[in-house]
Design a protein around this ligand. Structure first.
Ligand code: FES
Length: 170
């Protein structure tokens, strides 16, 4: 086993410090921690650990974790449905899509202005909204398990949900 020299250690520490100071370092650590976590989420302990590791106030870490809808502060379900609630999608009926998802999956807690993910008690599915997928010409847009579906009608959404539920029952 090789022992690290103090100089090497100091150099490494210096690299860590400069890494922490780099713009985007905090977000990168949050994404890495989430990806490594079962349930793909950031626990309070994980947030505190990152704050300590980077030497930044926990409030800053929490502020960033709550800013990005891609970061989860609760365990995520095995599947996910994301409904775009941007202007173009809203105009093309995304609110009705969101209401259908909530109704069909029996999720009573999500509201039309809710930008926090909601997961069913079984941990099977997480429903969330986004401000825009950047595909406004294809509105309304949703994502199911990372696959984008465009110009989604209520009838098509029902079929997509039924397909997911068949998979659940299989
Ligand atoms: S508003 Fe939905 S993709 Fe832009």
């Amino acid at each position: 086993m090789t022992q690290e020299s103090p100089a090497r250690r100091e150099s490494t520490d210096g690299q860590d410090a400069s890494k922490a100071a780099r713009p985007g370092a905090l977000l990168a650590m949050l994404e890495e921690a989430q990806a490594a976590s079962p349930g793909a989420w950031l626990s309070p302990e994980a947030l505190l650990g990152i704050a300590r590791a980077l030497g930044v106030p926990p409030a800053r870490v929490y502020a960033l974790a709550t800013f990005y809808p891609e970061l989860n502060l609760e365990p995520r379900g095995a599947h996910s449905i994301t409904v775009c609630r941007g202007t173009a999608c809203h105009t093309k009926g995304s609110l009705a899509l969101l209401r259908r998802v909530v109704r069909d999956l029996g999720l009573g807690r999500i509201t039309e202005s809710n930008d926090h993910p909601v997961t069913d008690v079984a941990g099977w599915i997480t429903v969330r909204t986004v401000a825009c997928f950047g595909q406004c010409a294809l509105a309304p847009v949703i994502q199911i398990d990372g696959v984008t579906h465009s110009r989604v009608s209520l009838a098509r959404l029902t079929l997509l949900i039924q397909a997911l539920e068949r998979e659940r029952g299989a």
